[in-house]
Design a protein around this ligand. Sequence first.
Ligand code: SAM
Length: 263
Amino acid sequence: MTNEEVVNFKKMAWQSKEAAEVYNKGVQPNLYFNLIEFPLYMDYIKETDSVFDMAAGTGILTLYLADRVRKVVASDISKEMLFYIEQQKKPNVSIFHVDSDTCDFSKVGKFDVVTSHWFMPHYAKWEHFLAQKKQLCKKNGYIIFDLLSKDNMLLAKKDIIQVKKALGYSEHAVGVSETELKEACDRLNLEVVKLIPTSFIASNGLFLSELTFDEYVSYRECVEKLYHNPIFMDFIQKFEKTIVQSSNIATSLKYIAVLQNKG
Ligand SMILES: C[S@@+](CC[C@H](N)C(=O)[O-])C[C@H]1O[C@@H](n2cnc3c(N)ncnc32)[C@H](O)[C@@H]1O
């Protein structure tokens, strides 16, 4: 599939009531997002800020942000996905039904922060989506999103399609190396403020190198069960903060990228 074909395929993937319902059931807020991943976004977001959440889906990040910031715009190409956000009737959340691939965002307004979650790793055309996000971001505002580390995917010493599948992504998912991200940011006049490794226990290139595909999948199933256990999560929260985020042993496959718009 070409990049264009993947983008078109992904545009359609969640545009039915049934698909949106299945997605919403599968992606309920969990302790991992609320205790570990989304607080990383909040380190760069103030309660007075306006946030544009691109490809918000059924709102796992939008709704987390809504309780913590002044206003959030939840945008997505799928009305069926956005329905689940509308249903919550949050007074500071507005819905924007739009195709982020083709929209001229320069006419939409500027936000303090532009976010996305589980969007960029789906596209080889990630630099184009980054440029789209920049159009929505105020000067010195932040652009924050998750990505798959291409560098750490190589640590898995496996066929890269197998790595993506082990992580639950389709073969069209894409990793981005630190160098590629920096080069793209230079072209777009964005600064890489921080690349934060996360999900060390669940998504790790070194662990994947030691296990077969099937062993890794069953290992992840065990970890995901533990993610519902508050005592385990208390440990993971401290482990990620004190060891993963503050040391050089980052072998995580998942990163949070924090960029600043330099104008
Ligand atoms: C994997 S879901 C992530 C949703 C949500 N951010 C989350 O974390 O659960 C990807 C979302 O991207 C949306 N999407 C795909 N292509 C899009 C496009 N061109 N413009 C806007 N949204 C798009 C889909 O409709 C879907 O809701």
